[in-house]
Design a protein around this ligand. Sequence first.
Ligand code: URA
Length: 205
Amino acid sequence: ERQLEPGGNLRASWEGLLAEARQCTRCDLYKCGTQTVFGEGPLNPRIFFVGEQPGDQEDLAGRPFIGPAGQLFDAALEKAGIDRTQTYVTNAVKHFKFVARGKKRIHSKPDAGEIEACRWWQEQERALIRPPLTVALGATAARSLTGKTVTISRAREAPLTLADGSECWITVHPSFLLRIPEEDRRAEERARFVEDLRRIRARSE
Ligand code: URA
């Protein structure tokens, strides 16, 4: 098991963690994706975001939230006045899980065992970074952070306190906003997401 040297350099510790994560075989998903998609961002972020798992484009690029959900996320962050370069962005599960359909790779939800196996990495990231403010994007992230099944509609109203005493907000996952078929409702839900992010930004200042 990894030991954090007392007084050791934070960046070096994080890089050590990343190198280990790239070799991870804690669950079978390492056989599925191209590579581990680890978190990225400054190690003293204002906000620590947790998504679900990398998608097709993230798997190929090795970076979180850069595909369609990432573009929606970026646009919402901008509307809410949050600078992504001051945030750390990671996923509850660090490998892409998919089923092949012809040439397409269709995202498939991580199960409870995979979320549990990968929680270890999220906890290591948090233990190093010790973010003052964490945001769960969707139910998988909320489960990874709290260990419980969470109903987003109820949980998004007020923050929780995590085991380390820090504040955690729960909101929807950007992919949910991409999938809403009715235009009016989609616009409404996107605006609500931006409102959640504005409240979170106010807490980070
Ligand atoms: N969805 C996620 O949860 N994470 C990503 O990195 C991309 C899409």
